[in-house]
Design a protein around this ligand. Structure first.
Ligand code: SF4
Ligand code: SF4
Ligand code: FES
Length: 336
């Protein structure tokens, strides 16, 4: 038998709402998401909350708990004092749809704008063997579960709605850093892109994003600061400065400056999403119901075609043995 604990939960929608009070049973080992489920089962069946894995891996259950951006499924009730009131509110940076569910499409729009991984033309799977050191360098950023707690925390958009057009946010700075570190990525101006199109300069390195990341990604230290430093190197290194004075920008690009990068919102994106401008004033739109009155399975019937594979669509798997080049020394191969 558990103990009764006091909870305050924000209820409402885009037109407004209020904090409501509940007393709910709490048992040993439970997390905040368990309490929300118990509330739904016993007192408020219409309380809206997004969740999926209950294992800290899908990034769906982002919310603010006692004012702190956290995952509901990874916040143990034992972290609070015995008599502490727990207040649960939706993410504050994104428009509320209902109760604890917010419209996080800003993040997907920023994801669409980020130019995709671009291997050099002609490279096929198996042509290139990545060194372990290169894998490890970007592995940290690959742990991102897209919970958007960092985006929610960043004051650049949390306090200034009008910055959303110009600022992609920490989640997409780590994506830029990850691609910048990828030895096969042919776009060599990821840092310039981050500065010119993602709003890297708005970040004043408060590290709030790093503090709330449930995957403990060192967003500021390992992605943002190194990128800012390299942007500065490129801009203020006297030799680079001289080169920029002598050559025009397009000549620099064609003389080893790498492939130029335009925002890709209108390239490689098909279907309804093609060329869609970001608009934070857009109201959330729910998908249409099927003839049976239920939602379709979105993954199967999504109206947007997936982006093209950077390797082309002709590749079949598994790859033939002959297409893979291993670098292991002969002597290390097991004897047959
Ligand atoms: S370090 Fe930069 S990106 Fe992170 S929260 Fe602060 S301003 Fe935002
Ligand atoms: S970087 Fe961390 S906080 Fe940001 S979306 Fe990824 S997992 Fe979440
Ligand atoms: S339910 Fe998946 S991260 Fe919480």
């Amino acid at each position: 038998m558990g103990t009764k604990r006091h909870f305050r939960v924000w209820r409402g929608d885009s037109s407004g709402g209020e904090i409501q009070d509940f007393d709910v049973e709490v048992n040993e080992g439970e997390v905040v998401l368990d309490i929300i489920h118990r509330l739904q089962a016993t007192q408020t069946p219409d309380l809206a909350c997004r969740w999926n894995c209950k294992a800290g891996k899908c990034g769906s259950c982002s919310m603010e708990i006692n004012g702190m951006p956290r995952l509901g499924c990874m916040t143990r009730m034992s972290t609070f004092e015995e008599n502490e009131t727990v207040t649960i509110t939706p993410l504050r940076t994104f428009p509320v749809i209902r109760d604890l569910v917010t419209d996080v499409s800003y993040n997907y729009e920023k994801a669409r704008e980020t130019p995709a991984f671009a291997p050099p033309p002609g490279v096929k799977p198996g042509d290139y063997r990545m060194q372990q050191v290169d894998v490890e360098r970007s592995q940290e950023f690959r742990k991102c579960i897209e919970c958007y707690l960092c985006q929610n925390t960043c004051h650049v958009i949390r306090d200034h709605e009008d910055n959303k057009n110009a600022f992609s946010g920490p989640r997409f700075f780590i994506r830029a850093a990850e691609l910048d570190m990828h030895p096969l990525d042919a776009k060599t101006d990821r840092k310039e892109y981050a500065k010119e199109h993602q709003g890297l300069g708005y970040c004043n390195i408060t590290k709030c994003c790093t503090e709330v990341c449930p995957e403990h990604i060192k967003i500021t230290d390992n992605a943002i600061i190194p990128m800012k430093e390299r942007v500065v190197d490129r801009r203020y290194d006297p030799l680079v400065w001289l080169g920029r004075k002598i050559f025009r920008r397009d000549e620099l690009a064609s003389n080893g400056g790498g492939a130029g990068m335009e925002p890709s919102s209108s390239r490689g994106v098909t279907g309804d999403a093609a060329g869609t401008p970001f608009s934070s004033s857009r109201q959330p739109v729910a998908p249409d119901l099927g003839p049976d009155g239920k939602l379709d399975v979105a993954e199967l019937l999504a109206p947007h075609a997936g982006g093209p594979s950077p390797f082309g669509d002709e590749q079949t798997f598994p790859l033939p043995d002959t297409g893979i080049s291993y670098n292991h020394p002969e002597s290390e191969r097991p004897a047959h």
